[in-house]
Design a binder for this molecule. Structure first.
Ligand SMILES: Nc1ncnc2c1ncn2[C@@H]1O[C@H](COP(=O)(O)OP(=O)(O)O)[C@@H](O)[C@H]1O
Ligand SMILES: [Mg+2]
Length: 338
């Protein structure tokens, strides 16, 4: 039997059925801005997948297209087996996106909000309050159930947002930067909920600017920049491709940063870069011995350091290695001269 003759060739059809999301060549331009410039993506069912990229990379635009909220200029996609363009209603029935379909009333309590939404989704009588209570306790909000939402902390609010989008369990949950602006403890709370959802079989596609978030949660990560996918793999694969053994140094005198960068490049043979916050230099050193030697050279040249460390690559490092530019910089530098 010749598989190539079958338009739905056996194994390819089975593989497609196991995908929660399959996107090919999605494009969205806003005037001259190529917000999304031809992205392919395949997300297996029941997994957590992270789209990692700096501000303005095109993460939200890409996700909004997959969620039927914005029409692609080109390309195609299917979500839980439904074609994005031909069957938008079926796609919408299979997904949830936090903050998009659920709007919370600040003056109501968490529980009142959840019961209202459950009724809206067709839960009748005591089934609505039972659904509300189940979700509130699943999201560690049982104690806060009778508080007005306006008195919730950032982390509680974010968890309630997610819970509110899950009244009907979706096949795919889209989370656009679920922990941006939260403190570390609140972030961990949100991460715990996301893991629990994935454990229950929900496919989660999330966007993030943080390597550690992608690292903690996602089976696979796609790195996007300027509307294009520039790398994809597991966190381990991305870091291995970037290298291990990054030396970070903080130079005491800002005026010596240029000298320090030159000396580090000379000594280590890798291109150093300044962190987005400024003041800290990061460079691939490979071994502790090489890093030690480089620090010695800096000190011998009279360049004082306030801090140094050796570690895994950061988001800045991964970005710099992939693109040759730091994660944040260029958009802001080129934007509207005053
Ligand atoms: N509605 C819009 N109109 C014009 N430009 C937009 C619009 N939405 C996004 N953009 C531009 O598209 C690019 C990608 O934006 P976005 O998808 O929001 O990135 P991210 O979510 O990664 O920060 C940015 O340059 C942004 O300014
Ligand atoms: Mg965004």
């Amino acid at each position: 039997m010749n598989d190539a003759k079958s338009p739905l060739g056996g194994s390819a059809a089975i593989a497609a059925a196991e995908l929660a999301i399959s996107a090919r060549g999605l494009v969205k331009h806003f005037g001259d801005v190529k917000a999304v410039d031809g992205i392919d993506l395949e997300v297996p069912r029941g997994t957590i997948f992270a789209i990692l990229g700096p501000n303005g990379a095109g993460k939200t635009t890409f996700m909004r297209m997959l969620a039927t909220l914005s029409r692609p200029d080109r390309g195609e996609a299917s979500i839980m087996g439904h074609d994005l363009i031909a069957e938008p209603d079926a796609v919408r029935a299979a997904i949830a996106m936090t903050g998009q379909f659920a709007s919370l009333d600040e003056d109501l309590t968490g529980r009142e909000n959840m019961i209202l939404l459950a009724r809206l989704w067709g839960f009748r009588g005591s089934r609505a309050s039972r659904r509300a209570d189940d979700l509130l306790s699943a999201f560690d909000l049982a104690d806060a159930a009778h508080k007005q939402v306006k008195d919730y902390s950032g982390g509680m609010r974010r968890r309630l947002d997610i819970a509110a989008s899950l009244i009907v369990t979706p096949g795919v949950l889209f989370l656009d930067e679920p922990t941006t602006g939260l403190d570390p403890k609140a972030r961990q709370g949100v991460w715990r909920m996301i893991r629990r959802l994935a454990g229950a079989g929900v496919t989660v596609l999330l966007t993030t600017q943080y390597l550690d978030e992608a690292d903690q949660l996602a089976a696979r990560i796609a790195v996007i920049d300027h509307g294009r996918k520039i790398a994809e793999g597991t966190s381990r694969e991305l870091k291995a491709a970037t290298g291990s053994g990054f030396l970070n140094v903080t130079v005491a005198d800002q005026a010596r940063i240029g000298d320090a960068m030159r000396l580090l490049e000379e000594t280590l043979g890798a291109q150093p870069h300044e962190s987005a916050e400024g003041g800290q230099i990061s460079v691939l050193a490979n071994t502790a011995g090489a890093a030690n030697g480089a620090i010695g050279k800096l000190l011998a040249a009279g360049i004082d350091l306030t801090d140094y460390s050796m570690g895994q690559p950061s988001l800045d490092d991964v970005f710099f290695a992939l693109t040759g530019h730091p994660a944040e910089a260029d958009q802001t530098q080129e934007a509207e001269p005053a």
